[in-house]
Ligand binder design. Structure first.
Ligand code: 5RP
Length: 223
């Protein structure tokens, strides 16, 4: 067995973009914190800032924040958040995103919609002219899985059941390839209207307000 550790080729960019996101965090804030490997780089830096606490977008993120001694708040108890910081699987020039590669899309969308500003941190592999190479995660109530899959096929998609994965809410995910995402907001709404769908990974109604994009030459800001 090889003992060579797997290294993420984008790790340096993820660390750089996470560092630049710290500038958006204000003293005493309750911060909305996303999920994923880019966010993990941010979480490692959070002891450098003075937060009142955080609202977590997944159980994994919540556990990591608690391990650092950061207080976790229930979203219902705190009202609107000033800031949500998260990553994305794809993002276009308008801030529309595909998220959900880590399966936390529903809780991420809830925290995003309850926040005034969404700062999205990406490395240079995530920016696209048109969304859709990355599959759209569709979170589905377990009993509706086959029905929703047939509806996704009617829309031109190719749904793949994410085997062995259960969301924080006890649901399943259909990773859907080949959808035509010419109009992200329209498709987001169409997918939400399928009975049995809990949420989908197109974030157009909750697009990012600010994109921080890391490249080999540093981090650029797109507003
Ligand atoms: C998890 C997400 C993540 O934000 C997205 O998958 C990006 O993750 P990473 O930073 O690991 O590339 O939506 O549900």
């Amino acid at each position: 067995m090889s003992n060579t550790a797997h290294t993420d080729p984008k790790l340096a960019q993820k660390q750089a973009v996470a560092k630049s996101a710290l500038a958006y965090i204000e003293d005493g804030m309750i911060l909305g914190v996303g999920t994923g490997s880019t966010v993990n780089c941010l979480i490692e830096l959070l002891p450098q800032v003075r937060l009142k606490g955080a609202v977590a977008s997944s159980q994994v993120t919540e556990d990591k924040l608690r391990a650092l001694g950061i207080e976790i708040f229930d979203l219902n108890a705190v009202g609107e958040l000033d800031l949500y910081i998260d990553g994305a699987d794809e993002i276009d020039a308008h801030g529309n995103m595909i998220k959900g590669g880590g399966g936390a899309l529903t809780r991420e969308k809830i925290v995003a919609v309850a926040s005034k500003r969404f700062v999205c941190m990406v490395d240079d592999s995530k920016t696209v002219a048109k969304l859709g190479k990355f599959p759209v995660a569709v979170e589905v109530l377990p009993q509706a899985r086959s029905y929703v899959a047939r509806e996704l096929v009617k829309l031109g998609g190719e749904p793949v059941y994410r085997e062995g994965f259960v969301t924080d809410y006890g649901n399943v995910i259909l990773d859907t390839y080949d959808l035509d995402i010419t109009d992200p907001a329209e498709l987001e709404s169409t997918l939400n209207n399928i009975v049995g769908v809990v949420c989908n990974g197109i974030f157009a109604s909750q697009s990012a307000h600010i994109m921080l994009k890391a490249g080999d030459d540093g981090v650029s800001t797109v507003k």
